[in-house]
Design a protein around this ligand. Structure first.
Ligand code: AKG
Ligand code: FE2
Length: 335
């Protein structure tokens, strides 16, 4: 299938090809700006060694997960130049010819490297998405991808320790229960070229992410929207901040206290947007269920069934995006 990069560059393109029309209504992805400011987490306070500062930031993290499922992380120690290098290397990858990229067209969610356009799953044949992607599961492809993965993984692990504490558990509880030392991190990069009719197309339709937390960076171009209290809001990053959203497995682990937040990516008609995205999950063979310390058969029974992370990822890949969310399939019914 032709990449969106090539479609967008076609000199004849002045309107959206019908196969990419997500809706016949304009402004399908209309959203407003947030009324109040988005939660901002100062990462340096998590690692400063000052117990009072840590207690405060753990409290803020818990509140951000409970009320938003989305927050911006500042002072995270990831050099801006590293993010730039990843964006540039990704751009080079997407600039290869269709023929050269063919070699990397994987089929399976857990293939070590795969690239493609639109979606590779149950959505085939439906409306096409205005995006190309590159996904790496193991980090053996390049030193740069490895370094980026390692550093975002460290930030994610530290955040998850704080989130574990915010649930009233030991910092190491989630690490152990979900085998985070062998946790899976997918490294994906999305490319959204300028689109002639952005309000008819969609980059990524509304969805939630698998895993615990997803870390997202962008090349200074906005386009992420999150659902908050039933309304879609534009998310504007602070300079050099990491955007973090909670995933399905954090919702399961917290027994629904922290909800996996719905989000989507819209496109624009001016500049190419590139987003390196890293969902961080448990190990593939971990059976994820609500934390046993958080449930109680009478007052707070488990609201989700347990399922191996690996099986969940496969199930999600085969769930149509316009169908019931994958999370609904593990929800205990009739409560
Ligand atoms: O690129 C974005 O802003 C969002 C991408 C996303 O949600 C995803 O890749 O799961
Ligand atoms: Fe996502």
């Amino acid at each position: 299938m032709t990449s969106i990069k090539v479609v967008a560059q076609s000199s004849a393109l002045n309107s959206l090809p019908s196969s990419y029309a997500y809706s016949s209504n304009r402004h399908v992805a209309a959203a407003s700006d947030p009324d109040s400011s988005l939660p901002v987490i100062d990462f340096s306070l998590l690692t400063s060694g000052n117990p009072d500062q840590r207690a405060k930031v753990v409290h803020d993290l818990g509140k951000a997960c409970e009320e938003w499922g989305f927050f911006l992380v500042v002072n995270h120690g990831m050099p801006e130049s590293l993010v730039e290098k990843v964006v540039n290397a990704s751009q080079e990858f997407f600039n290869m010819t269709e023929e050269e990229k063919k070699e990397f067209e994987g089929k399976h969610a857990l293939d070590p490297i795969r690239c493609g356009t639109s979606f590779h799953n149950a959505n085939k044949g439906k409306v096409l998405l205005w995006r190309d992607y590159l996904k790496l599961v193991t980090n053996n492809c390049s030193e740069l991808a490895f370094e980026y993965s390692e550093r975002t993984r460290k930030v994610a692990r530290e955040l998850l320790k704080g989130i574990s504490e915010s649930l009233g558990l030991e910092g190491s509880y989630m690490d152990e229960a979900l085998d985070l030392d062998s946790g899976v991190q997918v490294f994906a990069v999305n490319l959204y070229p300028p689109c002639p009719q952005p309000d008819l197309a969609i980059g990524v339709p509304p969805h939630t992410d698998h895993g615990l937390v997803t870390l997202l960076m962008q090349n200074g171009v906005g386009g992420l929207q999150v659902q908050h209290n039933g309304k879609w809001l534009n998310v504007n990053a602070l300079p050099n901040s990491i955007m973090v959203n909670t995933g399905d497995h954090l919702e399961i682990f917290s027994n629904g206290k922290y909800k996996s937040v719905m989000h989507r990516a819209v496109v624009n008609d001016r500049v190419t947007r590139i987003t390196p995205v890293t969902p961080n999950g448990p190990s593939l063979d971990t059976n994820v269920s609500p934390a046993s310390k958080l449930v109680d058969s009478k007052s707070n029974p488990p609201a989700y069934m347990s399922m191996k992370y690996k099986e969940y990822m496969e199930l999600q890949q085969n769930t149509p995006l316009d169908g019931k969310p994958c999370l609904d399939r593990v929800r205990v019914q009739g409560e």
